[in-house]
Structure formats: C-alpha cells, structure tokens
Design a protein around this ligand. Structure first.
Ligand code: FAD
Length: 317
C-alpha cells in the first residue's frame, strides 16, 4: 500500500470533522502521515495519535500564511517527498483545490478534485454535475493528489493508537513559493455560530426571505445551528457567500437541515440532500424541495419560522 500524506492547515485547538474524514480515508489506503501548517495544539496531537497517524511533518518556515497558497504547495511538495507519499489528500475547498493544482505541477502528479470515495487500488470516484453522476479516475503518475469532499467518510479512530514522531521539513525558498505576499488581512466579526460544514443543525434561507434573514438567524440561534443559504440569496447580497450551500457552495450533511423559502433546485440539493432529516418551509406546495423533504410545511416562512423559534425557546425554558 502506498504512503498517504494529509494536509492540515491551521488546525487550531481541535481538528475539523472534514480533517478526521481525510485521516480515516488515508488509513484505508496506507500508512498516513500529516503535514501541518500552523501551531500544533496538544489536543490535536492526541487526536492524530488516536487516528493512527504515523508521522507528523511541520515546516521549517513559520510564515507560510504570508504567501497565499504558493508557499503551502512548496511545503507540501517537500513533505510528500519526506513521507514518500503515493497519495496526498486535501480538503475540497477552493484553497485546497488551488494548492492541489500547484502541488500537481511540482510533483508531476495526477490531480483529481471533488472526490467522494477512493478504492484501495487508488481509483477515485468523483461527483460530477451536482451529483447527477459519478466519474471514476486514477492517476497515471507515481503520486496522486486528491481533494476530497466533506461528509462522504465516517470519521473513525484507529483500532490501535499511534505515537507519531514529528520532523521538520525544509520549505524551499524558491521564486514561485514566495511569488505573492499577503499585504493585509481583515478579520470578519465572528458570528458565534457553529461552522456550516460541520454543524449538526443548519437553518437555510433562499430567495423567499426577500432580503430579511432575521427569522432564519433567530431560529438558527434558538437551535444552536449554523445559517446556510441558496445561491439566489447570496448572489442578492443578503448574506455572505460563505453561507452558500450547494454545487458551487458548501456540502453539508447535518442531522437536521431546515430549508426556508428555497425551491430545491438540483444545484442546491447537491449540497444538502445527504442531511439526515430535511424540513422544508415553502409557500408553494408544488416546490421541488418537498420531493426530498422528510417533513414539509406549506406556509409563509415569516409566519412559520418565528412560531417555531418561540416554541423552541419556551421549551428550553
Ligand atoms: P427560487 O428558485 O427563486 O425559490 C424561492 C422559493 O421560495 C420558491 O420555491 C418560493 O415558493 C419560495 N418562497 C417565496 N416566498 C416565500 C415565503 N414568504 N415563505 C416560504 N416560501 C417562500 N444554487 C444554490 O442554492 N447553491 C449552489 O451552489 C448553486 N450553484 C449553481 C451552479 C450553477 C452552475 C448554476 C447554473 C446554478 C447554481 N445554483 C445554485 C442556482 C440554482 O439553480 C437556483 O437558481 C437557486 O438554488 C435558487 O435559489 P432559491 O431556491 O432560493 O430561489
């Protein structure tokens, strides 16, 4: 089995669910090492051991974040060499895909994006056209670079924990790695809500909110949920593009997805149809969202959502 390298970018004090998925998938393919960028918290190291990680690589330079993605690609290329990796796994985020493309060039590796599953022989299955069909592909090169969509693997710790050693990888300071330097960063105000990709409950609004996300946000806060949106709502500028769920937004797989004022176009379904329970609120009984909803409420979201919020608050005391 080929060695696997998983990229973990700025893990903070706990690994994201999507990273645990990559570690679980990696272990099914071979010995899995990780290349970490950023601080390595004690709890994160403990989780890496629980997930059977065999080696941890860290960069010699501490300023990778100052150089957009090019320096991360240079670091990962060096780490892939040190790990003798046959497969490199990354998040399927826009940044993950950009790093993957640059890494593919550096390693002369086949790059496959939007991966939903990988067979033991390295064949990757990729979701195409909003999940309408799946394409299977295998890199014809010695190394393959795969970006994996979230919520397609169940995270599972290894049966036996590991004791990975940490090594420092020299980051080459070549021209392209340092080609674009970050000059400013603006921190958005934190919402205090859970991360949309990992949330157990998502309340999402669409064009039906008509510019007012208030009822959606109030219900989300009563439930401790993340706020999602259709593209119609993000394109209208009613909510940040980070909240978009769907083919060109985030893929979510919560226990509960409450959809309000969203028609259920195929591109929206592609990002949420694996939710365990889907509740749809729509005033049009013929809306396609009801085809996949477990519970449907035909009604005006401006009546239904505030009632639900009030009832939940009452029950919580
Ligand atoms: P609409 O389709 O206009 O539906 C609004 C719904 O709200 C209607 O069903 C209406 O009955 C209901 N409604 C109106 N008022 C109320 C009310 N007061 N109470 C209750 N219900 C009400 N879309 C995404 O969501 N995510 C994507 O990632 C995405 N990617 C795309 C990629 C491509 C290449 C393309 C071509 C399209 C993509 N789209 C995506 C757009 C998608 O095709 C739809 O246009 C979009 O999802 C529609 O958003 P909506 O359901 O909010 O709006």
């Amino acid at each position: 089995m080929a060695n696997v390298l998983v990229f973990i970018d700025n893990p903070g004090d706990a690994l994201k669910k999507s990273t645990l998925e990559l570690l679980t998938l990696g272990r099914s393919l071979g010995e899995t090492a990780v290349a970490v960028n950023g601080d390595l918290h004690q709890d994160v190291s403990a989780t890496l051991a629980e997930y059977g990680v065999t080696a941890v690589f860290r960069p010699s330079a501490q300023d990778l974040d100052d150089y957009l993605v090019s320096a991360k690609a240079a670091y990962l290329a060096a780490a892939a060499g040190a790990a003798r990796a046959g497969t490199v796994l990354l998040d399927n985020s826009p940044e993950g895909k950009e790093i993957a493309a640059r890494l593919g060039i550096r390693l002369n590796a086949g790059v496959i994006t939007d991966v939903v599953a990988v067979d033991a022989d390295g064949t990757a299955h990729k979701s195409v056209l909003a999940g309408s069909y799946t394409t299977s592909a295998r890199a014809t090169t010695a190394v393959s670079v795969l970006t994996v969509k979230a919520n397609n693997v169940t995270p599972e710790p290894a049966s036996v924990a590991s004791a990975p050693e940490t090594s420092i990888v020299e980051v080459p300071a070549d021209g392209t790695a340092a080609a674009a330097r970050v000059t400013a960063r603006e921190q958005k105000a934190a919402s205090g809500r859970p991360d949309l990709s990992d949330a157990r409950i998502v309340v999402a609004g669409g064009r039906g909110v008509d510019g007012d996300f208030g009822p959606v946000e109030q219900l989300a806060d009563a439930l401790g949920a993340a706020v999602g949106a259709s593209r119609a709502a993000t394109d209208a500028g009613w909510i940040s593009h980070d909240a978009q769920v769907g083919q060109t937004g985030k893929t979510v797989s919560p226990q509960l997805y409450i959809s309000a004022g969203i028609s259920g176009a195929i591109q929206q379904k592609a990002g949420m149809q694996t939710a365990k329970v889907i509740v749809a609120v729509n005033k049009d009984a013929e809306s396609p969202i009801f085809e996949i909803a477990d519970f449907g409420i035909i009604g005006d979201l401006f009546d239904v959502l505030p009632q639900a919020t009030e009832e939940i608050k009452k029950r919580k005391g």
